[in-house]
Design a protein around this ligand. Structure first.
Ligand SMILES: [Zn+2]
Ligand SMILES: [Zn+2]
Length: 346
C-alpha cells in the first residue's frame, strides 16, 4: 500500500502515510474569540442554549467551544488563562488526543470575554416570583430557632435539587413563611418538613390569574408541627412523661415514675400539657438496687426515689420536678439506644 500523497510504502491512515496524515490533520479547532455568558446573580454559565452550574467558567466555555476531529478519541484539554482584566482572559489551550491510534498534541490560543447576563431563574427570583407559599407553624407554641433554621436548610437543599429558588421568606406569627419559585418544589418541601417533624400539611390553591389561556394558581402549603418535641416533658392522663421520639403515626414516651416505655397516637396527646423543663442535677446520697436517695437541691432534704430498671446513677443524677413530685430523668444512653422509632433527638 502506498501513500496517495508522497508514494511512500507502509502503514496508511486514510490512504496517507503517518507523515502526510499528520500534516493534513488537525485534532481540534478553537475559535480565536470565545464569549462566556454568565449570570451575574448565580454565576451559572450559558452553554449550548442552557444555563448550567460552572465551577470554572473559562475552562467550561473553552471546552464547549472546541471542535474535535471526527475520529478523535481520548481528548484531554488543559486550559491556562491569563486574565487581562476581570472580564477578559487570554488562554493557552493544550489539547491531546488520539486519531487512528496516533497521538496528537496541539497548542491553541484564544481570547475569552466574560459577559454578564441574568439567567431566567434569577430574573424570576429578583422579581420575587413565586408559585407556592409554605407556612410553617406549630400548635400552641412558637417555632424555636433550631426548627426555623432546619426548615430553611431543608428548603434550600430542595430548591437546589429542583432547580428553583426561595424568592423570599418572612418570620410570621411564631413561624415562618417561605415563597418558592415552583409549585411542585413547594409541595416537596412541605412534605419533607412534615415528615421530619411528624407534622400535618394541607394545601390550598388560589387562582391568581390567566396566562396563555390557562388558569394560573398559587398554592399555599400549611405545615403544622405538633406542640411537643422530642425531649419535652408532658402531663397526660395523670402521668408525667418524657417524649423520647416520634414517627408519623406514633410517639414514644418514657413514664418518669418507672421509665417504662409508652406508645401513643398523635391524637392521644392532643390535650397533653407541655410542662416547663425544670430539670436540674441532684447529688446522689446513697443507693441500693431498687432505690436511690438524692439531695433535693431546692429543699436540701433527702428524697428516696424508686430506681427504674436500667437506670445508672453516678455521683449526680438529673431530676425533673412537677408540683411536689421529683422524678429521675432517664439516662441519655439508655434512653437513646432503647428507642427504635425515634426520628429526632434533641
Ligand atoms: Zn505520504
Ligand atoms: Zn442566575
Amino acid at each position: 500500500m502506498f501513500c496517495v500523497e508522497c508514494g511512500r510504502e507502509g502503514k496508511l491512515y486514510n490512504n496517507l502515510c503517518e507523515n502526510c496524515f499528520r500534516k493534513k490533520t488537525v485534532l481540534a479547532n478553537l475559535p480565536s474569540d470565545i464569549d462566556a455568558v454568565t449570570c451575574s446573580c448565580c454565576n451559572s454559565l450559558f452553554l449550548k442554549k442552557k444555563w448550567l452550574d460552572s465551577k470554572d467558567i473559562i475552562k467550561d466555555a473553552v471546552s464547549s467551544a472546541v471542535k474535535y476531529h471526527d475520529d478523535a478519541e481520548d481528548c484531554v484539554l488543559d486550559v491556562k488563562p491569563v486574565y487581562r482584566d476581570e472580564r477578559n482572559a487570554g488562554v493557552t489551550v493544550n489539547v491531546r488526543g488520539v486519531i487512528f491510534g496516533l497521538s496528537f498534541m496541539e497548542e491553541h490560543k484564544a481570547e475569552v470575554k466574560i459577559k454578564n447576563a441574568v439567567c431566567p431563574k434569577c430574573s424570576k427570583m429578583l422579581g420575587k416570583y413565586h408559585e407556592a407559599i409554605i407556612q410553617v407553624r406549630a400548635s400552641d407554641r412558637k417555632l424555636n430557632e433550631e426548627e426555623i433554621n432546619t426548615v430553611l436548610s431543608v428548603a434550600e437543599q430542595m430548591v437546589k435539587a429542583c432547580d428553583t429558588f426561595i424568592s423570599n421568606y418572612e418570620k410570621m406569627h411564631g413561624g415562618i413563611d417561605l415563597y418558592i419559585g415552583s409549585m411542585s418544589a413547594g409541595r416537596q418541601i412541605a412534605k419533607s418538613i412534615a415528615d421530619k417533624y411528624c407534622a400535618k400539611y394541607s394545601e390550598s390553591p388560589k387562582l391568581v390569574g390567566r396566562k396563555n389561556g390557562k388558569d394560573v394558581y398559587r398554592v399555599t402549603f400549611a405545615v403544622r408541627l405538633p406542640k411537643y418535641r422530642t425531649g419535652d416533658f408532658v402531663y397526660v392522663n395523670g402521668r408525667v412523661l418524657m417524649i423520647k421520639g416520634m414517627s408519623k403515626s406514633m410517639i414514644t414516651g418514657a413514664d418518669l415514675e418507672n421509665h417504662a416505655e409508652k406508645l401513643f397516637k398523635h391524637d392521644e396527646l392532643k390535650n397533653a400539657k407541655i410542662l416547663p423543663n425544670t430539670t436540674e442535677d441532684a447529688v446522689v446520697v446513697s443507693g441500693s438496687e431498687n432505690e436511690i436517695q438524692i439531695l433535693d437541691p431546692k429543699t436540701y432534704k433527702t428524697v428516696t426515689l424508686i430506681k427504674p430498671k436500667n437506670f445508672r446513677a453516678k455521683e449526680t443524677v438529673r431530676i425533673m420536678r412537677y408540683k411536689d413530685d421529683v422524678f429521675l430523668v432517664p439516662n441519655a444512653q439508655v434512653f437513646f439506644t432503647k428507642t427504635n422509632i425515634n426520628t429526632e433527638y434533641h
